[in-house]
Design a protein around this ligand. Structure first.
Ligand code: HMG
Ligand code: MG
Length: 309
């Protein structure tokens, strides 16, 4: 078995991580988080979503956040756009990439974006066409590829079906998401195999929530298949407002630690990443969800105490 030698991580913390926060997080804090992530070496950051502010009030400052970022030429800034209204608003913020997001389960599609899978594809098609005409990269996200909070287990055939629809409308890259973190390595492998029926390995990423503590194992299973792109969330922030009980994505810090330990390059400075996680955790007033960050912060504190003696 050979693992990739280099992995690209997309930090989705500012979007997936913060969308579920009940208290409004000021735009300035979101902007500072993006700045800290790019300073730590992240080359792609999912900044915000152009969804209905009635559905997800926390993302209502999307344009303000995008406008406040000091952009780096080597960083890609992505945003979620569920329909043409979202795309038309998003395009004014000059995203490098837009994300259309569908679900492998009908019930989740209805709860999350208020339409069926077939209707969602009809809505995405003009978004994808407009983005590609404007030279903006298009990523698709497939929710509930192993399990759904409303329908239970999701068969790989459902994933293949959605992947085929996404490919058919011109989506260039696809994310295989375990929205509620119920997946285990073989189930995740089957979801990725189903996606491979329509997308090249280089155009697939993993997006694993860590609700059941399986996300690192699932990441390793995907790596073993040659997948080299993953969405992760600094400090393990997050959860989807329409997937009750689901916690955040696997923490970026935990994935970086695992990859570096395996000799896999990410271009990310773990110490600076931990500082970024600490910044947002301090703002939210709760400890980081990253096990690696907790361990390294404890080590830092004990060596600072030793130096003080
Ligand atoms: P809808 O109510 O069916 O939309 O919502 P509509 O077209 O019937 O319009 C109703 C109202 O919403 C109208 O306003 C529209 O203008 C407005 P009104 O006339 O009533 O004042 N509207 C919008 N406003 C702003 N931006 C827009 C927009 N579209 C319509 N883009 C909609 C459909 C998709 C908009 C809604 O269901 C929605 O916003 N859902 C939010 C879903 C969401 O953000 N979920 C979390 C992100 S997905 C996720 O976390 C999963 C992922 O991480 C992968 C994984 O882990 O699974 C990606
Ligand atoms: Mg997610």
């Amino acid at each position: 078995m050979s693992y990739p030698t280099r992995v690209k991580l997309v930090d989705v913390g500012p979007r997936d991580g913060l969308q579920n926060e009940k208290q409004p997080v000021p735009a300035a804090v979101k902007i500072e988080l993006v700045h800290r992530l790019q300073a730590a070496g992240l080359k792609e950051i999912e900044v915000t979503s152009f969804v209905s502010p009635k559905w997800v009030p926390q993302m209502g400052d999307n344009a303000e956040v995008m406008a406040g970022i000091e952009r780096r030429a080597d960083v890609r800034y992505s945003v979620l756009t569920p329909n043409m209204k979202g795309f038309e608003a998003a395009v004014l913020s000059r995203p490098d990439e837009i994300v259309v997001f569908g679900a492998a389960s009908e019930a989740f599609s209805q709860k999350n974006i208020n339409c069926s899978i077939a209707e969602s594809i009809e809505r995405f098609a003009p978004v994808v066409a407009a983005a590609r005409a404007a030279g903006i990269q298009v990523r698709g996200a497939m929710s509930c590829t192993v399990g759904c909070p409303y329908e239970g287990e999701v068969a790989p055939e459902r994933v293949a079906y959605l992947a085929g629809l996404m490919k058919g409308i011109g989506v260039q890259h696809i994310g295989v998401a375990d929205t509620i973190g119920v997946g285990t390595p073989i189930k995740v492998r089957k979801a990725i195999e189903a996606t491979l029926q329509h997308f090249d390995l280089n155009d697939i990423s993993g997006h694993f929530h860590d609700t059941y503590g399986q996300a690192l194992s699932n990441t390793l299973a995907a790596l073993a298949m040659g997948v080299w792109q993953f969405d992760t969330s600094v400090a393990g922030l997050g959860g989807c407002p329409y997937a009750k009980g689901a916690t955040g994505n696997v923490a970026t810090e935990d994935v970086v630690y695992m990859l570096h330990g395996m000799g896999i390059d990410t271009g990310i400075d773990l110490d600076q990443l931990i500082d970024a996680g600490q910044f947002i955790s301090d703002h939210l007033g709760r400890p980081t969800q990253s096990r690696v960050a907790k361990a390294i912060l404890a080590k830092r504190a004990s060596s600072a105490a030793c130096e003080a003696v």
